[in-house]
Design a protein around this ligand. Sequence first.
Ligand SMILES: *Cc1c(COP(=O)(O)O)cnc(C)c1O
Length: 419
Amino acid sequence: MTQLLRELYGINPAMLERDAAAMAAIGPQFDKIKAIRDENQLRMLRAFTQGRVAASHLAGSSGYGYGDAGRDKLEAVFAALVGAEAALLRHHFASGTHTLAVALFGLLRPGHTLLCASGTPYDTLHGVIGLKKAEGSLEDFGVRYRQLELEEDGGPNLAAIGKEAPGAQMLYLQRSRGYAARPALSLAQIEAAARAAKAANPDIIVMVDNCYGEFVEAAEPAARGADLMAGSLIKNPGGGIAPTGGYIAGKARLVEACAQRLTAPGVGSEIGCTPGDILRQLWLGLYFAPGVTAEAMKTAAYAAALFGALGCPVSPAPGGERGDIITAVTLGSAEKLRALCAAIQAHSPVDSHLSPEPWPMPGYDCEVIMAAGAFTGGSSIELSCDAPMRAPYTAYMQGGLNFAASRAAILAAAQACFG
Ligand SMILES: *Cc1c(COP(=O)(O)O)cnc(C)c1O
């Protein structure tokens, strides 16, 4: 491997030494990642066999999609897998943001209060909530918003949740760090927040933005006190194969309310066809998801070890606990940030000849640079790197379908920055 890294990728001897040190340091993390992967994969196979998945369930449908048995089966298997009563898992969701918006608009009504207890939500949710002016936001529809900051230790403020929950209809928790300088929430923290909210208001709906969190632990929020969770299929649960889509899973009554919003009131989950080969891709991607997420976790552990040893502030810290597949690497300069993204792009399986440029991405308040040489446009379960072009020039690296290839790309990127 070391010889090939030198011969094929031009990695210099000093960087190869750093690679060896990083590989040695992350051994214990790899063991843990592998154990979680295997547990999730065994649960996956069990969900497929107990669900009696048949070849006919991969076939798909056209038109309205009434009685699409494969679609319904996929949703039932996913629900059983994650410990939910029901799920909507569909390619009709255009993105993670769309999926979360469907859930919020599906459940909140004028005069309701949305209580977010994980600090500032992910950038693209600002327009949905109305934190930033956007036509048709929740605020436009008279939904109020309250926000609680995370505690010093990164966990939700349980006392404040207890105080605010009686005045709110939904408690919202974002599991992943997103573009914020804070650790991901653990399942234990999510469970504690849900318990605090329910103790103060048994009717409150606990909803989790589960983007980037799927299969990182051996359970999901729906099995740990969340009433509803949602995520994107071009992140962890699509296994790098789903070409688009999202999911909402949780209490059956709530999932169906979201379906009324996804399609139309009175129609709900009954319609929505799965044309072409899409359904087979969603099945296959889901089946692969625990293994692919584990490759991304290994990549994240390696990136933290390597850039940490090079003196960059990294989060999670080398060897640290992980609740998502993201590693934040603070480079301190725009030049290094560009060099990192250029090298990641140059070592991508697709579009390696392109060079990433910062652009004003919709939903973000400054320019964003993204390296994403991916089979699926914008997929961040594939090795990718996004960074808002603002001080302290922190790159958010995530994904990696295959650790060997991701290791080469990250090592080359480290060399491009620190030669
Ligand atoms: C990716 C992400 C979203 C939004 O998903 P998009 O597919 O980019 O719209 C929301 N929340 C978190 C935490 C995310 O990581």
